[in-house]
Ligand binder design. Structure first.
Ligand SMILES: NC(=O)c1ccc[n+]([C@@H]2O[C@H](COP(=O)([O-])OP(=O)(O)OC[C@H]3O[C@@H](n4cnc5c(N)ncnc54)[C@H](OP(=O)(O)O)[C@@H]3O)[C@@H](O)[C@H]2O)c1
Length: 253
């Protein structure tokens, strides 16, 4: 299995922790050469060493995904080092509560800059090469939170909803051009961005489990939207039908 992927290249943004780190390790262990992008260079270098000591190939580049020029430079550096990318995983993102009085506009702008424009800039960097080669897969890590505006999470939910719709259009636009577009919507995943209180995180899964599911979608070149785990996706379908006041009551308990 690994042999077929030995010459393939995957670039993962947000690879310094959580889902991105677990996915980079998994892809490397199945034969991908992996490019790692995030801001914490020390974490990325540790991951490069871990991958190389297991016999894999990795290259790290530091960039803020919301800084278009820096991100494009990072993609160029990675591709120069390990080759043109077959798979892009635009995973970097973060969550920050949205306040009303006063409105925390800097945090809101930053949420859109990183969670939405970070994905858009990464795709912008990946597309020319993939279009020229008529081959590639674009994966964005969105969230089940993109399906509904949740109390206190306006900016995060809206940024993920925008990612979902952006990729939905790309999925249609790129049909027949050799490029598969995959939107991944996890429920709660145990990472640095998740609250420690387990009652707030029903059906939580590990970062390794999330990475395994995403790697399978990449392996099978499955396009479209994929929500998991199934029980959390079903719960969100119910939540999506609740009136706002019921949802507010539940979330304030
Ligand atoms: N954990 C969950 O419950 C959950 C659920 C659904 C969706 N997600 C999504 O999954 C993705 C990964 O999150 P995670 O749960 O694995 O959390 P995490 O452990 O906090 O990882 C977030 C990653 O994104 C990177 N990142 C954040 N801001 C960045 C920026 N401005 N520029 C470059 N990299 C940046 C971080 O690296 P640096 O800090 O080193 O830059 C880190 O590698 C996010 O898009 C998140 O919204 C998470």
């Amino acid at each position: 299995m690994a042999a077929t992927r030995t010459h393939r290249v995957a670039i993962v943004t947000g690879a310094s922790s959580g889902i991105g780190r677990a996915l980079a390790l998994r892809l490397a262990s199945t034969g991908y050469r992996v490019g790692l992008i995030a801001r914490r260079g020390d974490r990325l270098e540790e991951l490069v060493l871990e991958i190389e000591s297991a016999g894999g190939t990795a290259f790290a580049a530091v960039a803020d995904v919301g800084d278009r020029a820096a991100l494009h430079r990072a993609f160029r550096d990675v591709e120069d080092a390990i080759g043109p990318m077959d798979v892009l995983v635009a995973n970097a993102g973060f969550g920050m509560p949205t306040h009303l009085d006063p409105v925390n506009i800097d945090d809101i702008e930053n949420t859109f800059r990183v969670n939405l424009m970070g994905v858009v800039y990464a795709i912008e960097a990946a597309l020319p090469g993939m279009l020229a080669r008529r081959r590639g897969q674009i994966v964005a890590v969105s969230s089940l939170a993109g399906d509904r505006g949740l109390p206190g999470e306006a900016a995060y939910c809206a940024s993920k909803a925008a990612v979902n719709v952006y990729l939905q259009s790309l999925h249609a636009d790129l049909r027949g051009r050799g490029i598969c577009v995959t939107t991944v919507c996890p429920g709660f995943v145990q990472t640095e961005m998740t609250p420690l209180d387990a009652t707030l995180t029903p059906f939580i899964i590990s970062a390794d489990d999330a990475a395994r599911r995403i790697a399978r979608l990449i392996d099978r070149r499955r396009g479209g939207v994929h929500r998991f785990p199934r029980r959390m996706a079903l719960l969100m379908e119910i939540v999506n039908r609740l009136p706002d006041f019921v949802l507010r009551l539940i979330m304030s308990c």
